[in-house]
Ligand binder design. Sequence first.
Ligand code: GLN
Length: 537
Amino acid sequence: MEIYDLTAHELADLLRRGEMTSAEVTGAIFKRIHDVDPDVQAYVTLTEDQAYETARKVDGERGQGRSLPYLAGVPAGLKDVLCTRGIRTTCSSRMLEHFIPPYNATVVSKLAAAGAVFTGKLNMDEFAMGSSTENSAFFPTRNPWDLGCVPGGSSGGPAAAVAAGEAPYALGTDTGGSIRQPASLCGIVGLKPTYGLVSRYGLVAFASSLDQVGPMTKDVRDCALVLNLIAGHDPLDSTSAPIPVPDYTSFLTGEINGLRIGIPREFFGDGLDAGVSEVVKASLDKLAELGAIIEECSFPHAEHALPCYYLIAPAEASSNLARYDGVHYGYRATPDDGGEYDLMDMYMNTRSQGFGPEVKRRIMLGTYVLSSGYYDAYYLKALKLRTLIRDDFSRLFDQFDIIVSPTSPTPPFRLGERSNDPLSMYLSDVYTIPVNLAGIPAISVPCGFTGGLPVGLQLMGPVFSEGTLLRIAYAFEQNTPHHRARPSLEGSGSAAPGTRRVPSSTSGLTPGLKECGVHEHGGGGGAVRQEGGCVHE
Ligand code: GLN
């Protein structure tokens, strides 16, 4: 195994034993990024100089014998929807292409306090709307297992980066499946925590009643370790739960004897790929072999989850995205003739030019369902359905410890295959969306391959059952080989083996990317510019 293939906990152990320095690990990861990212295209922005600076600081502290958090000095990537002070945060949108936040998201501050070495900002579907990362305004990310396939979305950049060895772990976000579906398609672990377990402060909002931040990792232990770092009450997020957080690694016992697992038959019906079904069924046999009691059950309102989500999520998005008006943040349209628009024309042109087609579709849908006359017929109806879906889960959790299903109905699909058919794209999340509507946690773990492409198993549990989910996921993982598989990415990369990577100079924004405008947050005199810029333009 190469350094870039190792998990975060394996790297942490190397660092603690003094067998490598954080600067060396960071060098190995950046070498891998420079070798394969021209093909994978996971990163929107690299922060190489800052990464080496942090790595050297951690190395210095370790050298002085200071006791450091376990993952200190291990590199990590961030989905580009999490605000990073002084570093461009684009949401893969033209609207925020040059937006430099003046503050860090709470999860970013927490990782930074634990000594994380940030590699950069990772590509995504624009404003997290999509299931393939093809809705990025910049470029699509490719699946490291087959560069002709999508990595899933909207956290396709984080998933592809972790799978390709371009980041030992990353943070993603999940509103309807955006951590779990790309984790499944890229053969990694992804956890969507209980709504309220992880702070949303500094996460650019898509649908506020559904959004959660979570870990995307190579194995279950890393997932527990990263969740330890990011979970917990945050006074800056009023929806964050004031509850104590356990040490999630204490659940990794390998013991699942007697656990009751429900298999909802509605999650195994029409639209499920035969290869995925076969791999998932073999995984259920494995869980039974390990001592779990597996029983079929019913989730009566399953078919209503997708329409319910596509009323609620766009409704909230239309409200959240109203702030992008050319005045507060980001892009502002100016007329070609160098003159000035009046206010309405400025709003209209800014939003027409700044948003991509999928974002516009969501804003129009959301505005429609919230408009007077349609509110009761659509939005209120959807809220009632949401309660029925939540009730389906509660009833099942009276009977079962967890519910298991495929994460995604299909393996990774070809780039372009679903781009012109929004409904088939929306169906990618048919098994993940009910979880967000109910606010419960769910994890996707690699459970095998079909046609050489990864398949993920989704475990869903009651609110705040992350410990149980991790316990079962760990037992499954430790008794199967899938999490150790790595994509070959043959043909990728040209740098000679052992090439020493020196930090790039602080270059500000890459040519082709304009500097932030004066009306942008932090764009004035005091702004710190990010290094590296967009590596693909
Ligand atoms: N694919 C779903 C959507 O497009 C979910 C996205 C997400 O979880 N951010 O809305």
